[in-house]
Write a protein that binds this ligand. Structure first.
Ligand SMILES: NC(=O)C1=CN([C@@H]2O[C@H](COP(=O)(O)OP(=O)(O)OC[C@H]3O[C@@H](n4cnc5c(N)ncnc54)[C@H](OP(=O)(O)O)[C@@H]3O)[C@@H](O)[C@H]2O)[C@H](O)CC1
Ligand SMILES: [K+]
Length: 294
């Protein structure tokens, strides 16, 4: 038996947000009914035939392009009156909470944090500090240290907690229980330059679970994993999208969290995404493939 669902909309033109919400709810109810074979998109006036194997390819998740994410970031720090330290602290706190959820200390306390030269790396340094306070044993791989005062303070805070910094990532991987990939975020572009190709390759090959911050490092922010070469086989287990998922999320199949609990409703409306429903004190929300809260 077919279970046919249709949304009839007459004389009403939805906004892009309303459109996406309707498509998402259609898909969610469709996914909840195992015998569904058709989905109807309003306004088309006809059914769009689908097989069950086609269902997972339909994504209604709301995403932010790299350009929009950078503009949003700037706006938070100008009209939003936030400082970069504040945003990074909350971003890193989100990452630490996601790691705590997917990898409780009972699974092993040794967390290897791969830190890149920009703000994505800064989120990793902050996350490492919180993880240390939760009782984990973080180790930092930070090959391209920035001269920027903020990063220097973040590194000093870790040194004061006796968190070790190491130079050999593949060797450190041999004694880690979990990896945090904080190498590149939404400003990554092109092919991975030295000294990071060996690090990405090690993360491609390892059996140790990897949590990526904002983007799997080496992935194109819009198009996902490279089709060949470094990063083409990199599929982290966990992704923590900050503020909102980036388009690359369509290629990601692991556990997905959204963090960065600092976005105001006005900013979210302007950039056309929904702020997830954070519970209580949580700094992250776990979401499914269509962005629905789990
Ligand atoms: N509002 C928010 O969501 C916040 C997010 N945060 C985090 O910030 C990053 C974005 O940070 P940004 O500093 O803009 O950039 P990245 O960290 O992604 O990367 C910049 C550095 O990466 C180098 N880079 C770029 N491409 C390559 C490449 N192909 N090979 C090697 N290195 C590369 C780049 O080097 P350059 O030489 O090009 O300058 C930069 O050094 C976001 O994703 C979040 O994680 C904020 O922390 C809080 C607010
Ligand atoms: K990353």
């Amino acid at each position: 038996m077919l279970n046919i669902r249709e949304t009839v909309v007459l004389g009403w033109a939805p906004t892009p947000t309303q459109y996406r919400a309707l498509v998402r709810s259609s898909l969610m109810s469709l996914c909840n009914s195992p015998d569904s074979s058709y989905v109807s998109f309003f306004g088309l006036g006809s059914y769009v035939p689908m097989t069950s194997s086609e269902l997972p390819t339909l994504q209604a998740i709301e995403t932010l392009s790299a350009k929009a994410a950078a503009a949003l970031d700037k706006e938070l720090m100008s009209t939003g009156a936030f400082s970069i330290d504040q945003l990074m602290e909350l971003a890193g706190l989100s990452v630490s909470q996601a790691v705590y959820r997917v990898h409780p200390i009972s699974k092993g306390p040794r967390i290897l944090v791969a830190v890149g030269p920009g703000n994505n790396g800064g989120d990793g340094l902050v996350a490492a500090r919180h993880l240390r306070h939760y009782g984990y044993q973080p180790t930092i791989y930070y090959p391209k240290r920035s001269k920027n005062e903020l990063y220097q303070r973040l590194a000093k805070q870790l040194e004061d907690l006796d968190v070790p910094f190491v130079d050999d990532f593949p060797a450190a991987l041999n004694s880690a229980d979990h990896v945090v990939d904080a190498i590149f975020g939404f400003s990554f572009s092109g092919e991975v330059r030295e000294p990071f190709p060996a690090v990405i390759r090690a993360m491609e090959e390892t059996k140790i679970p990897v949590t990526s911050v904002d983007a799997p490092s080496s992935w194109n922010i819009e198009k996902g994993p490279p089709t060949s070469g470094v990063g083409s086989l990199f599929h982290p287990d966990v992704l923590v999208s900050l503020t909102a998922p980036k388009p690359l999320v369509k290629f990601f199949h692991g556990r997905h969290f959204i963090g960065g609990r600092f976005v105001t409703p006005t900013i979210a409306k302007k950039y056309d995404f929904d702020v997830p429903e954070y519970e209580g004190l949580d700094q992250v929300v776990e979401v499914g493939p269509s962005g629905q809260k789990l």
